[in-house]
Design a binder for this molecule. Structure first.
Ligand SMILES: [Zn+2]
Length: 325
């Protein structure tokens, strides 16, 4: 069936199926939730449900010409708009509105998906608002966003809002095993680091996350060198990760948390960075629970500051100087 293959999101899918089955489809929807969890996949499946002539129980059949065209993104009545560059501009929204004023080409209805809708600049958002104020039965609009609060309240109030939750780590791991062919251990590790987003997990895999974890941990746990040298090389290593500093500090935090768990619960305790268990054991013995707990807190604080756009170099240096190593 049409929603098959989509992981998670049972709640929003059930609601959309009911709306189609009962013929009570809203003019405009807002799909919100973190990046890379499948919101657009659900939007496409919803488009199939709305346009497929063989639709049953609120789902498209998935095999007819209409469903296949939507699947291949070449159905003339399913329009998708996404930012080209930093913003969605007014010209693009105007073009969309001109299309929406015409009759659909193949069926009774048209579906318009605006991806990353929060990136409409104010004139574009104002133009779209006009469409929302004068809805027509022929058009169903779906705004997809991970940052709904960036959209004007006038737009939010005119859309039916569906909130998509992050996926469970087990769902992400299953996807990585079945669709990306990763082994169980790597899949579980990346899923744990990805915070519920399949896209983020695949990105971590592509960017050599495991190798970076290894470099950072080996640098922090290198007992052969005196502390001042370790501090400097850790700053230099993490400094190279400028664009991904939060992620790199996150890795360090996971390592210290592993050591903390080992220090508190003993050598049989489960750890996240399994490949680096030996280093975590050494660090647990060397630093003890109190210093490890303090390290985790320092890194939490650094992550919070980076989230708030603090100076990255300064945050990195002051944090690493304070760490017990
Ligand atoms: Zn179909």
């Amino acid at each position: 069936m049409s929603y098959r293959g989509i992981r998670g999101h049972d709640g929003p899918i059930a609601l959309l199926k009911r709306a189609v089955a009962k013929g009570r489809v809203a003019h405009a929807y807002l799909f919100c939730g973190m990046d890379g969890i499948g919101k657009k996949k659900v939007a496409t499946a919803f488009a199939r449900a709305l346009l497929c002539r063989e639709a049953r129980d609120g789902e498209g059949c998935g095999v007819c010409g209409t469903c296949l065209k939507i699947e291949r993104a070449c159905h003339p009545d399913v329009l998708t708009l996404a930012p080209e560059g930093a913003f969605i501009k007014i010209g693009e929204i105007r073009g969309l509105m001109e299309m929406m004023a015409l009759h659909p080409l193949e069926g009774p209805r048209r579906v318009v998906i605006v991806d990353e809708a929060d990136r409409m600049n104010p004139p574009a958002a104002n133009a779209l608002l006009k469409t929302l104020e004068e809805p027509t039965a022929a058009n169903t609009l779906i705004l997809v966003t991970s940052r709904p609060l960036q959209l004007p309240p006038t737009i939010l109030s005119r859309c039916q809002r569906l909130t998509f939750s992050p996926l469970a780590a087990a769902e992400v791991a299953l996807h990585l095993r079945e669709e990306a062919g990763l082994d169980g251990e790597t899949a579980a590790f990346l899923a744990a680091a990805a915070g519920g987003s399949i896209r983020h997990a695949l990105l971590l895999h592509k960017e050599g996350y495991l190798k970076r974890c290894e470099e950072i941990v080996l640098c922090a746990a290198d007992e052969t060198r005196p502390r001042p040298l370790r501090v400097l090389s850790l700053i230099s290593l993490l400094g190279r990760e400028r664009d991904n500093l939060a992620e790199a500090l996150g890795i360090l935090k996971v390592f210290f948390r592993d050591a903390l768990v080992l220090a508190a619960l003993g050598p049989e305790a489960p750890v996240v960075l399994r490949e680096r268990r030996r280093e975590a054991e050494g660090t647990a013995v060397r630093l003890g629970t109190k210093a490890l707990l303090r390290n985790c807190r320092l890194l939490d604080e650094a992550l919070r500051l980076i989230e708030q756009n603090a100076n990255k170099t300064l945050t990195l240096e002051t944090t690493v100087f304070k760490l017990a190593l």
